[in-house]
Ligand binder design. Structure first.
Ligand SMILES: [Zn+2]
Length: 75
């Protein structure tokens, strides 16, 4: 797991593609649809575990590489 310790969550850990997507329209931000400080959509794809009923992995839209959600959150 330590291989993901230094992960930069704004880039794919494999191909280093930026995971920052298009800017979120200001009106949606104003309506509170997104968390505080969130200004852009994310490009990574959430992989859900049907048994756990939550997102357990992210997948890079460019190279298809996957990495565990837990590691990304544990900074
Ligand atoms: Zn990638």
């Amino acid at each position: 797991m330590s291989q993901f310790r230094e992960i930069d969550k704004d880039h794919c850990p494999y191909c280093k593609a930026s995971l920052i997507g298009d800017p979120i329209p200001q009106e949606y931000i104003d309506k509170g649809y997104y968390g505080e400080g969130v200004t852009h959509y994310r490009r990574e794809i959430g992989i859900e575990d049907r048994d756990l009923d939550r997102c357990v992995e992210y997948q890079c839209p460019d190279c298809g590489g996957r990495w565990p959600v837990e590691i990304v959150r544990s900074e």
